[in-house]
Design a protein around this ligand. Structure first.
Ligand SMILES: Nc1ncnc2c1ncn2[C@@H]1O[C@H](COP(=O)(O)OP(=O)(O)OP(=O)(O)O)[C@@H](O)[C@H]1O
Ligand SMILES: [Mg+2]
Length: 317
């Protein structure tokens, strides 16, 4: 677990502090997304975890040990870092870029080569085709995958990801999200992830920490940040699509009504569909309700506009 306690940082000559009295945890195996407007102190916070920046006050521990007590090579082994704007070395091949940390740690050649192949596979880049390319020969999305592979190279339990998918188009970004979640499902890293995109935060975070002017404004699950923004600032950050986002997070089974409601409607959605998908089908078909079927295509209930609205009157747990 990463624990950040009462951490503050002012850069020299700065008018105000970059980070002020910040405290939060990243529990082991979870993804915590740090979100907030440009300049609010997200990267500074992240860089204090791997000691690229030293805090003026407060403590940061990883698994109970103060990061100041770690030796630099220990920190490198424990923490993978994917940086804003990718940061690949332009004159090195993809394989060489991925191998940086294992190289610094003095791994054997063969082991590094094996690991590089494994990682390129993992992030969906054909190792034979991509290993020898240079960064300028990659698309933005491919470069970002290399950045993620590099961060994972030494199999660190902790990952710091500073807008790792910032420079790609929305479609590629969605694909990278799916891959990231699949990888995280397998590897269960402890991840501190920075973004200023609420969609990304909701898609990837187990918890979201909202920052403004170096301070924490709200920390909560994605569902609760969407449903109960702490103040006007968070609400505006969450945006007007808030209700839709809430719907896309909730499975259709959350608003299940008796199956009779969908009588006469020939259509149904799978029990794994989201309420947003169900609502879209209802509106598209112009029916009052739609059936919900299980994996064996048996009807297990129905959802209607009313059952969805009812569901959202109750607080989310
Ligand atoms: N090395 C530095 N020296 C002086 N000031 C800095 C330095 N790095 C960041 N700052 C300032 O500290 C504040 C926080 O910067 P930080 O990079 O942490 O923001 P951020 O939330 O990551 O922003 P962005 O979303 O644009 O990446 C900003 O006002 C920035 O100008
Ligand atoms: Mg930043």
């Amino acid at each position: 677990m990463i624990s950040i306690r009462n951490v503050s940082k002012s850069y020299e000559n700065a008018e105000s502090a970059a980070v002020r009295d910040l405290s939060f945890d990243v529990p082991t195996g979870e993804v915590v997304v740090l979100i907030g407007p440009s300049g609010c102190g997200k990267s500074t916070t992240m860089r204090m975890v791997n000691r690229l920046v030293e805090p003026d006050a407060g403590t940061i521990t990883i698994d109970g040990q103060d990061v100041r007590e770690y030796r630099p090579e220990q920190l490198r082994r424990r923490i993978g870092y994917a940086i804003q704007g990718v940061g690949l070395f332009p004159h090195w091949t993809v394989a060489q870029n991925v191998a940086v940390v294992p190289g610094l740690l003095g791994w054997e050649r063969d082991r590094i080569a094996e690991r590089t192949t494994e990682l390129l596979d993992l992030v969906g880049l054909e190792p034979d085709a991509y290993g020898g390319k240079y960064p300028h020969e990659l698309s933005g999305g491919e470069a970002q995958r290399v950045g993620v592979a590099r961060a994972l190279a030494a199999d660190p339990p902790v990952l710091l990801m500073d807008e790792p998918f910032g420079a790609v188009d929305p479609l590629t970004r969605d694909r990278l999200h799916v891959e990231f979640l699949a990888i995280q499902d397998r590897l269960k890293k402890t991840v501190l992830f920075v973004t200023h995109d609420m969609d990304e935060a909701v898609a990837l975070g187990d918890r979201i920490v909202v920052m403004r002017d170096g301070m924490l404004v709200q920390q909560d699950t994605p569902e609760r940040v969407l449903a109960y923004p702490a103040d006007e600032f968070v609400a505006s950050f969450v945006g007007t699509e808030r209700a839709l986002k809430r719907l896309s997070l909730a499975p259709v089974t959350e608003a299940l009504a008796p199956v009779g409601l969908a009588e006469g409607c020939q259509c149904s959605v799978s029990a794994t569909a989201s309420l947003r998908e169900a609502l879209a089908r209802i509106l598209e078909l112009g029916v009052p309700a739609i059936g919900v079927h299980d994996e064996r295509h048996r009807l297990i209930g129905a959802v209607s506009v009313e059952s969805i609205v009812e569901r959202f009157k109750r607080p989310l747990t």
